[in-house]
Design a protein around this ligand. Sequence first.
Ligand code: CTP
Length: 400
Amino acid sequence: MSPLGGRCVVLGVTGGIAAYKAADACRRLVGAGAHVVPVLTAGALRMVGETTFSALASEPAVTSLWKDPSPAIPHTDLGRRADAVVVCPATARLISDLRTGRSGDILTATLLATRAPVIVAPAMHTEMWEHPSVQENMAVLAERGVTVVGPVEGPLAGGDIGSGRMAAPAEIVAAVEAVLTPQDLAGRRVLVTSGGTREPIDAVRYVGNRSSGKQGAAVASEAAARGAGVVLVTTEPDRAPAAARVVAVETAAEMAAAVELEARGADAVVMAAAVADFRPANPAGTKIKKGRGVPPLELEPTRDILASLGASKPPGQVLVGFAAETEDLEANALDKLRSKNLDVIVANDVSKEQVGFGHDTNEIVMFTADGARHHVPLTTKREAARAVLDKVVALMAEAP
Ligand code: CTP
């Protein structure tokens, strides 16, 4: 489940023109499972409609300290219920009020009354954003632990272009998600592999497979978000999250060498890569010319990287394998779990629609060495990654 699932998020909206984008942020927060309470200032109400937010959010929009007689103190009620307060957009006035502790309206009063983490997404014209007062206020807020998202460069209201544009709603929601993500892998080292290996036939051709590297990249992103130090050994470095240390490889042999090195000292290894089982035995150093006829393609086996890791697994290390199957999912997965000495095998039926190779979604079944089975219905690859890492964290907690 997303870290936003079931969490109460107070969405503060102030009177910047970017307020219309807060409606999109609201919809996204609700979509991720959050319980969203919109709080609109008088300035916001000049820009956007109360009804819009009441319709999109989990509760009617709150617009005044004085309107609702029960509870008589809405700001403390909101402040206590909030798991996070996000202000989107945050005007220069709001930023200044938050810094100095002014509480002239429902939003600033809620911000003072809460102990929940606060995220602000500033939006204003470049001249205002760059003003020393605003910059000083922002520095103080950051020092106090307020999370700041953006602003970014781009077109501003009135046709100007510059810095001060509010961050995209998706980024703001990601920041709220990051703030609410448990740091249950803090201090841990996680090694992830991803992508399909490419085994050369000649100087330009290779034997490959359809793995996109998306599932492994999602595992790496999620592990980093949960506080782990992440190494990603991959044939798809362009998909790697910025938070991971990336080792780019091409062939099964290169992946084996990198994994062998990086697995030392890793608390968990997640082998999401689709590693070639066979490679051309005699790859040509130059391009094979068509005119010379159809060349024979002799194959030889590669080393099973995961089986080698399983055979020499250090105590306490959690070893996770993947099994992409098209038939007999459970039997094949359990066979790999046992024969490779794994703690978890993540199996998926890649013959199903929207599952596995190339898609952004996946449906997985996890089998653990203790005989447990956990089915994750069709979902995003990020959600599937969460489920895998929940299992890893649980197994780490059990380790002596
Ligand atoms: N794997 C590996 N090295 C190989 C082949 C596979 O480390 N040379 C790993 C994969 O990264 C995956 C797991 O083993 O985590 C299972 O891979 P898969 O291709 O499904 O299984 P195989 O053992 O190769 O068996 P088969 O191809 O017969 O299904």
